[in-house]
Design a binder for this molecule. Structure first.
Ligand code: ZN
Length: 98
């Protein structure tokens, strides 16, 4: 398997480290149900067939954190995105808040 890093180009899988599912969102530690939310976040994962969003780290390259969209049966990669850009896109704009 090869991964096309947005910064470095098409590289061998040996250059990357897999860091798990990229979908779960870290719960709000100040919420009333924080303990239950963290237990669910840490231990309750699904493993459905099809496309997965996975977190990869380009350790032997540019050290970028990437979200790789990969089909778990065929290993076909449909997209590779910079994790920071995806995180910014899904975080509400807090600019201007006191
Ligand atoms: Zn890279």
């Amino acid at each position: 398997m090869r991964i096309t890093c947005p910064y470095c180009g098409n590289r061998s899988l040996d250059e990357f480290l897999y860091h798990g599912d990229a979908e779960p969102q870290r719960p709000d530690a100040t919420a009333d149900n924080a303990m239950d939310a963290f237990v669910s976040y840490a231990f309750e994962r699904t493993n459905p067939p099809g496309q997965h969003h996975e977190l990869w780290y380009h350790e032997a390259g540019c050290h970028a954190w990437l979200v790789v969209t990969r089909h778990v049966s065929t290993h076909a990669i449909s997209s590779v995105d910079i994790a920071r850009d995806l995180a910014k896109a899904r975080t509400p704009n807090t600019a201007g808040r006191a």
